[in-house]
Design a protein around this ligand. Sequence first.
Ligand code: HPA
Ligand code: ZN
Length: 333
Amino acid sequence: MSLIPKAELHLHIEGTLEPELAFALAERNGVDLPYAGTDALRRAYLFSDLQSFLDLYHGLMAVLHTADDFTELADAYLARAAAQGVRHAEVSFDPQAHTERGIPIGTVIEGLAHALDRAEERYGVSTRLIMCFLRDRSAESAMQTLDAAKPYLHHITGVGLDSAEVGHPPSKFREVYAAAESLGLRKVAHAGEEGPPAYVREALDVLGVERIDHGLRSVEDPELVERLAREQVPLTLCPLSNVRLRAVDTLEDHPLRAMMDAGLLVTVNSDDPSYFGGYVGDTFHAVREALGLSQEQLRELARNSFRAAFLDHDEARRERCLAEVDGYDFDRE
Ligand code: HPA
Ligand SMILES: [Zn+2]
């Protein structure tokens, strides 16, 4: 595990649900899970692609009912993240995955915000909340979700786009992103995870996003790589996720290092750490080993995470974190 100070920018809070907490919440809420126990559940984490993961992932969310459940989920993540060197976390959530099950959006947002708002004091982790739209649902459903979130916008920094990518291009959400922008929200989107480089271009040109979540398949398009490098568009890579969801064969084959060499502003993140085999400190360690990254390259990844963070209203914190990265002593590891 690498303890270098870092920001985590690509993290789905529902993807931090560990089997033990899932079973505890299932019992508390009277939910029957179709697994004999935590070991059997972990054994089911063998995915062939994004969709096979999403099916299990959405099934397990059935255990989350009350605001307290969401608070407990977020607290567990923040404590683990802090223990892995995270100083700043931008936490995504999927409101539609819960409202479709009859959980009010206010329950979800207020439950998460309760944990996030006290995280700096409790864990030394500053936080932001990013509300993602499920791209395999309609644009109307996304717009209704944005509308329903209006009483809670003081808790929300930005919007994102996730779930099944292929066949659901960013342009489907043009109006929703325009509406989000007019509400003062920041904009990110998953693109180029399983979808083509053209989706990365659309996310930039049609939605006007400031960061691309994943962006992995950008490497197939040299002109796009040149643009992303020139414009220093942050890409929030998730190497362990890419291995588990079969976007790359092995970690050794991951283009992270080549992307750094091409001058891209890449960051390393855990995506859904309970499902993909590691939190972000584990991920830093794994890519260091698999790709033979130098200490200076790990420092660059950590620096990039703070440069790409939505810390515009707290530049002093960004500077402090960057100074901590510069002074980090790898002999501690
Ligand atoms: O990796 C992902 N991709 C798309 N949607 C997701 N929702 C959780 N994780 C992911
Ligand atoms: Zn993701």
